[in-house]
Structure formats: structure tokens, C-alpha cells
Design a protein around this ligand. Structure first.
Ligand code: HEM
Ligand code: HEM
Length: 193
């Protein structure tokens, strides 16, 4: 019989689940676009960069929405059996994931304004520059380091995040990923709180 622990019964609200998977997909596409823009042939890079800018802004808006929803909606309770150190590590990893997903579009925007590139998002909608690039290009260099290293750190952290979720699911045999983030209808005793 499948073990059902108190932690396994609590599921993220459907809006958070939809945004979690949608953003995971968009981020995967965005990293590929960024790498093609950086390392692809000049013509291909010029084609891909505006898409990278547009998708980055969509990711920024959706992440901000996800964070707002997270603040107002009830989230799954912490598992009382989870060691405090592990709970702290999990919260820190989730916080860092959010921070990176926000830092990438923001640093990308700084680079974009410095490049003097077209900030038209869709139709007549234009992203405001918010600053005038000064002569001194230190800010551009800092934004560049944040963007490039941030993208690689995000990739590494997402890898660890997936590994942690899979290991937890395998160790406890409670269908953890589906329980927390899935869409399959839960059995009555699993719905719990
Ligand atoms: C770009 C990819 C991903 C990012 C940025 C990401 C980010 C996050 C974040 C920030 C949370 C915390 C919940 C929240 O506040 O919304 C979370 C939870 C979770 N994610 Fe992901 N995730 C990604 C991909 C995945 C994948 C591929 C899996 C499947 C193995 C997965 C499984 C989970 C699970 C099971 C939870 C619940 C964890 C818990 O409650 O402790 N995630 N994810
Ligand atoms: C979450 C959103 C974003 C992610 C995950 C992301 C990811 C990446 C990656 C992986 C690269 C290649 C880095 C490397 O050289 O290793 C890159 C490059 C770049 N990104 Fe982003 N990015 C995001 C948002 C943005 C936004 C919103 C903009 C512009 C407003 C932007 C502008 C750029 C530029 C200009 C480059 C350099 C391309 C070149 O040199 O041709 N990025 N990005």
C-alpha cells in the first residue's frame, strides 16, 4: 500500500502549479535562446535576440504574479518529520530560484538598454528604459556578469532541485512530485487539509 504522510497530502494551489510548469518550460526555451544568441552565427543571433528579450519580459511578469499569488494563497504546510536543516535548505533553494529568475530579466534589461536595442514588447507596448546609460560602463559589465553567471547558477540549481524532488519521491514512495505539483486527481484520504 502507498504510504501517505501529512506532507504528501498538501498540494500547491492550481494557479501555482500551472505557473510552476509553464515557467519551467519557458525558462528552458529562454536558456536555449540565450545560448543561440550568444554563440550562434551573427544572422541567427540577430533573429533570436528580440525573441529572447520578449520572452524574458513575459517570464518576469509571470514570476512576479507567481510571487504575489504565493503571498496570498495557502501553501502546503511544512512536514513536521522533516529535519530543520533540510527544511531550511529547501526554503533557501526555493528563495534562490526565485531570486535568479528575477535577476536574469532585470540584468538582461540593463544590458539591453545599454545596447540601445528596440524595447518594443508587443504592438505599441514598449518597456520603459528606466535609466540613461552613463559614459562609465561598469554597470553594463556588472549586469553582464550577473546575467551570464546567474544563468549557469540557475541551471545548476534547477538540476539539484529536480534531483532533490526525485530522490525524495523515491525514498518515501509517496508520489511526492505529483502530490505537490501534479494535476492528477488526489484520492480522498490524500487530499487532507
Ligand atoms: C526551470 C525549472 C524549475 C524551476 C525554476 C522551479 C522552481 C520551483 C520553486 C521556486 C518551487 C517552490 C514552490 C513555489 O514557491 O512555487 C518549486 C517547487 C517544486 N518543484 Fe520546481 N522548479 C523547476 C522545475 C521542476 C521540475 C522539472 C520538477 C520535477 C521533478 C519540479 C518539482 C517540484 C516539486 C515537487 C516542488 C514542491 C517542492 C516542495 O514543496 O518542497 N520542479 N519549484
Ligand atoms: C529569465 C530570463 C532570462 C534567462 C534565463 C536568460 C538567459 C540567457 C543566457 C543563458 C544567455 C547566454 C549566456 C552565456 O553566454 O553563457 C543570455 C544572453 C543574453 N541575454 Fe538573456 N536571459 C533572460 C532574460 C533576458 C532579457 C529580459 C534580456 C533583455 C532585455 C536578455 C538579454 C540578453 C542578451 C543581450 C544576451 C547576450 C546575447 C549576445 O551576446 O548575443 N536576457 N541570456
Amino acid at each position: 500500500m502507498r504510504a501517505v504522510t501529512p506532507s504528501a497530502v498538501a498540494r500547491y494551489p492550481w494557479t501555482i502549479r500551472v505557473l510552476h510548469w509553464l515557467l519551467a518550460l519557458l525558462l528552458a526555451v529562454q536558456v536555449v535562446l540565450g545560448l543561440v544568441a550568444e554563440y550562434g552565427a551573427a544572422q541567427l543571433s540577430a533573429m533570436v535576440l528580440p525573441l529572447h528579450f520578449q520572452l524574458g519580459m513575459v517570464i518576469l511578469v509571470l514570476t512576479a504574479l507567481r510571487l504575489c499569488l504565493r503571498l496570498v494563497l495557502p501553501m502546503p504546510a511544512a512536514d513536521p518529520a522533516e529535519p530543520p536543516g533540510l527544511r531550511l535548505a529547501r526554503s533557501a533553494a526555493h528563495g534562490l530560484l526565485y531570486l535568479l529568475v528575477l535577476a536574469l530579466p532585470v540584468s538582461g534589461h540593463v544590458i539591453w538598454v545599454w545596447m540601445g536595442a528596440d524595447r518594443t514588447l508587443f504592438g505599441a507596448l514598449k518597456v520603459p528604459a528606466l535609466f540613461v546609460p552613463p559614459e562609465d560602463e561598469t554597470g553594463r559589465a556588472v549586469a553582464w556578469y550577473v546575467h551570464v553567471y546567474g544563468a549557469w547558477i540557475l541551471l545548476g540549481l534547477v538540476g539539484l532541485h529536480i534531483l532533490a524532488a526525485v530522490l525524495r519521491q523515491r525514498a518515501r514512495r509517496d508520489g511526492f512530485i505529483t502530490q505537490r505539483m501534479g494535476f492528477k486527481r488526489l484520492q480522498r484520504e490524500e487530499r487532507g487539509s
